[in-house]
Write a protein that binds this ligand. Structure first.
Ligand SMILES: Nc1ncnc2c1ncn2[C@@H]1O[C@H](COP(=O)(O)OP(=O)(O)OP(=O)(O)O)[C@@H](O)[C@H]1O
Ligand SMILES: [Mg+2]
Length: 382
């Protein structure tokens, strides 16, 4: 019963209001199976709101959303079994050991990944029997990642999944995400690490003030900044480089008075620049020619759009409780933890004890998704 034709995720003119504040303002995109789609944007741009709506954790104001041909707002446990979620902040019961936490969550699924494999996948073998409360921040985040994958999901939502990872762990986390996509899972990722988006994403959407201001492959977005960036430090005795810059597309930025020229004709522009400097007997300090990074483009795109709604200090700002909160205690200000469909993080044992876990498709490369939507409705995940 899997969708075979339509994209795994289809979002059309999605709007989310919190009271009078519009957090998501007409966003549309699609994500295919086997694709990694990254949502980028400043704090408050609306990334988590979108992701939580797609997960069915938050109601939308208007627009159409289909995930695996299902409307998440009205979806039941079958749908929950087919998606995996790593929330921006989660709250696993700190008294559980790593192994217990993975078992506990896995028990809610018909086809849980094998506990040890999952623990190995996020490299917590040495900590398998340690309580979650004793793990470092990055190690706890790795459990979040494991729990997001425990149900062998077809669509994986990763809201800033590698925050707190050390650099080596982050690289290995990337490999894991790549593997998920190669197994034909659709991956929706939010991140503030532009190198992460560049390394992982097939396509990127940059959000600002709840709107997509740019979308494309990382290479397409980079191309918006021209093919090269020439920079150097403006010599002290010069107030301006207007005569130099007039034929070039450049600007002086920062207190270091760095002159930055974006260009599609770096050879010609460099010749002009060095000719200008030689005529004046100047040595151009810090002269470099680089390829613009995704980060350069991103910073230009969102330059005027940081903190769009000023919600924290806007008087009368509505604060919306999670639409489908479970009973788990939330830390102040946190969004919903896992939906009511998942076992509550401190709550009752899942009704359906896990059958003996099948070999996880996570490691084998066996997609094994075709029957993921068994319809007996007898599971206790809800
Ligand atoms: N439960 C809520 N009640 C009221 N306003 C909210 C709620 N959740 C989010 N908002 C507001 O909606 C806007 C978008 O928030 P969202 O969490 O989606 O941003 P984000 O892009 O995920 O940011 P970050 O990068 O900081 O995680 C913000 O202005 C935020 O204050
Ligand atoms: Mg967020």
């Amino acid at each position: 019963m899997c969708a075979t034709v339509s994209a795994a995720v289809v979002v059309d003119r999605l709007v989310k209001d919190y009271g009078a504040a519009r957090a998501v303002d007409g966003v549309s995109f699609e994500v295919d199976r086997g694709e990694v789609f990254a949502l980028l944007g400043p704090n408050g741009a609306g990334k988590s709101s979108i992701v939580e709506i797609l997960e069915g954790h938050r109601e939308r104001t208007s627009g159409t959303v289909r995930v695996l041909d299902t409307d998440p707002a009205t979806a039941g446990s079958d749908f929950r079994e087919r998606i995996g979620i790593v929330l921006q902040s989660s709250g696993i019961d700190p008294e559980l050991t790593v192994r217990e936490a993975v078992d506990f969550y896995g028990a809610a699924y018909r086809r849980p990944a094998a506990t040890d494999e999952l623990i190995e996948l996020v490299e917590l073998q040495d900590k398998a029997d340690s309580r979650v409360s004793t793990l470092s921040g990055g190690q706890q985040r790795r459990i979040d990642l494991a729990l997001g994958l425990v149900g062998d999901p077809e669509v994986v939502f990763l809201d800033e999944p590698t925050t707190g990872f050390d650099p080596a762990a982050r690289r290995r986390g990337w490999e894991l995400v790549e593997r998920l996509a190669s197994q034909q899972r659709a991956v929706i990722l939010t991140t503030h690490y532009l190198d992460e988006a560049e390394a992982l994403a097939d396509r990127v959407a940059v959000l600002a003030k709840g709107r997509i201001v740019a979308e494309g492959t990382p290479a397409q977005l980079r191309a918006r900044a021209g093919s090269a960036l020439i920079s150097f430090v403006l010599p002290d005795h010069l107030d301006t480089a207007a005569d130099l810059l007039s034929p070039l597309k450049g600007e002086i930025v920062g207190r270091q008075r760095s002159v930055q020229i974006t260009t599609d004709a770096p050879t010609a522009d460099l010749a002009h620049l060095t000719g200008w400097a030689q005529q004046r007997g100047l040595e151009l300090e810090g002269l470099t020619v680089t390829k613009p990074s995704l980060e350069d483009v991103y910073l230009a795109l969102v330059a005027d759009d940081a903190d769009p709604l000023h919600p924290a200090d806007a008087p009368g700002q509505a604060v919306e409780a999670p639409d489908k909160a479970n009973n788990a205690p939330l830390r102040a200000g946190e969004p919903s933890v896992r939906a009511d469909e998942a076992p509550s993080q401190t709550g009752e044992a899942p009704e359906k004890a896990g059958e003996s876990p099948e070999q996880s498709a996570l490691d084998t490369g066996d997609e094994g998704d075709e029957d993921a939507d068994a319809e007996d409705g007898s599971d206790g995940a809800s």
